[in-house]
Design a binder for this molecule. Sequence first.
Ligand code: MF3
Ligand code: CO
Ligand code: CO
Length: 290
Amino acid sequence: MVKIGRNDPCPCGSGKKYKKCCMKAQQESQENLKDLYYKRYKIRLKEEKDLEEIRRAGDLVVRTLDMVADLVRPGVSTDSINQRVHEFTVDHGAVPAPLNYSGFPKSVCISVNEVICHGIPGEYELREGDIVNVDVTSRLNGYYADASKTFKVGQVSDEAAGLVDVAHHCLERGLGQVAPGNTVGDIGWAIQGYAEKRGCSVVREMVGHGVGFEFHEPPQVPHFGEKGNGIILVPGMVFTVEPMINLGGRELKVLEDKWTAVTKDGSLSAQFEKTVAVTTQGCDVLTPWR
Ligand code: MF3
Ligand code: CO
Ligand code: CO
């Protein structure tokens, strides 16, 4: 993101310095927007200093996912991945946000095959051909960042690989809509359009969310919807986009453990997630995994 310096030429084209021209008015309008978005939507817009902190948390989340990528192989238990994520997070001065969140018993969500999300790590050992989503949320210096990736365990079926590819593309399509003046509905519209064109379905019950000061904040960011609907995106908004894409039907059920969400029809499900900020220029990814 390009930040306008006080002494830079004003972007309005006056030829004057920014500080002598539009700087004050822009700061005031951002303050008004902050009040308006909180009053209207309970959305807490972030300032530059907040974005720096969330980005630091996000960098740690990315490094954690990189560490996990090297662990994922046949025979590795999801509990052992949980343990490594926990230790890595704590060793870097952060807190694994899932642990004890509304009673969640582990430090990371690990969702294998037909599990859509919120899988609880346990004794299950990964097998060749599995697809596994690992969803990491860290709190660093009081700020949260949230991201996840779906990994392929060894060689997977063409169907599974195709689904993972669709889910990844869905995230990128959604992020392609993140810019000031677009709406929350534009994001869901782009994701749903792509997923359904490729013969997959979009989970409705779980959505992206504001993040940063808390694990989950307003607004909700559905991964389906209509162009132009919903809240207008403005600079300072920070939220996740995290489409859950199923090979079969979109319906979900939650297991007895009250957390594990699986596809009703047992079909495979894949998910990718990033935390992003809306900027004056467009979109700034605060968890830049690749
Ligand atoms: N990380 C998940 C998300 O993307 C939320 C997990 S809640 C937990 O929003 F309690 F299961 F950790
Ligand atoms: Co999230
Ligand atoms: Co997450």
